[in-house]
Write a protein that binds this ligand. Sequence first.
Ligand code: SF4
Length: 589
Amino acid sequence: MRTIFHILLAVVVVCSLFQVNTVVPEYKMYGSAEFIHYDASTNEFVNNDPGLAMWRASGDVIPNTHPGCFKRVPAKEQLNITFRPNGPMWRRAWPLFLVGMATLRPIYVHARPDRAYEERFDTLLMVNGSVAVLNQVTIDLLGYPGLAIDETFVSSDVAEGEERPWLLNYLRNHIQEVLDAGDEPVIFCTLLSYNACGSLDLLRQLKADFGDKLRTGVGGQLVRVCPSAYLSQPYIDHVGVGDAEAVLGELLLNGKKFAEGYKPVTREDHYALPHYDNLLALPERLTEMSHYDFGPMVAPRMLITESCRGCAWANAVGAACPFCSLQGVEWIARFRNFEDHFAIERELVEKYGANWLFDVSNQWIPEMGSAQRMWLESYIKAKKKYGGPEVGRYVYLTAGSINEHTAPLLPQTGVKVAYVGIDGWDKETKRALGKQVTNDRRMLQLARDNGIFIRTSMVIGSGLTLDNIEELPRYVKATLDEFGGNTILSWGNFIEIVLPGSQDWSDFRKLAYQNGLTDVQDLYRSFETNGCLTLDEQDKLNELRIRHTQPQVAYEQVLEAARLAEEAALQSLAYSTTIRHGDKLMRKD
Ligand code: SF4
């Protein structure tokens, strides 16, 4: 009886949430701009909040209440109506389904880099925002958050490198408490190439402890590369590919084994915001990080936001950089509407005392060329209009984004530190990496003149010649002698990593099968079976790629050049970092 009652209740509630109207081609659609919009790129009419607003259609007259806020319905052969139940009405209604049922208690873990990776000097400063975003998506779905955990900092009592035993113990206790309360625990890990093995290990151990009483799942950028690697693991119940906004409900609520989906993003309907309230040990972490200074970041309390998806550079040239494994970078870059953007930032400042924001957008400026200046001007105007907070801002930019026109404007936006991928150090290396051939010395001078600090790195593995690998250490030394410490805060020397999901990854896989490179095939097979590469496997893959694709140089010569470049960075006033080693920030007191 109770089951039938629940089904009937569900049907009634769902039906009451939707109203379907047909629309006539050539009619005008209009409504409140606060909730509805038309997305020309996907030809979609979207109502973000069916509980509060609705699209209306008119053959001719648009009422004065909606001046200019309408679109003509294009003549189409087919009309699709898609329901996305994501408004507050849905949020209010959803708990009705839970009456008498076990309450879902989601846990989201972003694992620390696998053990072989040395902790980066800035890890403490980089709170993981993705688990906080998952928590916001959970609030949208369930009306309450889950528990978000960034394993790089779980408690101020836990020493660096000792997080895993502590976390396992903590999770075991937490999950048992949830079960004892009659609720249902579900744990998801976000997988990236550097933490996948450790994440899978964590899920394997917890599944062994709790069996069917605990649901486990994976999502994150790495999963889309080979979902079958995770679907075939007996200790994983759910596999999500794409954006959490599109797939988490299917996995968490509908119990699907696999879901794939991407959120169509507009300026008005952007990605979910981070919800930091339930991030384990966040207050302690913010206090701890304030004991470290890093260039202009003095006593930082830094939180993560993401204002722009897509990458203006990749979109402009029609391809991602060959080593880039980020999802959706070729899409049109869309920055969140300024009013929301500044409201979020104000909240992070007022609620958590943030004084720095690391905006992890792939490229912070959503434009290229001369449009960058205009965009920065509109940003500065909007910052005044919407009361944007005075915080330090750390963002990703291309080398071409710091020029005579933009450099004087960037400080007015709050940008004080930018990560700029210089990547190549001569024409051959830049071209092979799909980069603009820019005057990087000029870019660094402009940054220095305008008080902008730069973090940057070399990607060593494409376009290599005997001349340019000999030149590399000299280039690093000369650049850091001039700019190290006063402009360049940190310098990375990275052997090009064949990141799963990148163009390098698919090109090299193709070459391995075309040319019968069995040692390379074994590495790909290992990833496709286990869902991760150990750091040794990753290093081996990087090495083999250079050996098979850079015929003008011997791998040993490349390693030696990279070693000398690292030495130059270590001797400079900038912080040095490589995939295995890094400088350390000193605690002030
Ligand atoms: S590496 Fe940076 S610039 Fe290149 S495609 Fe990826 S996000 Fe864009």
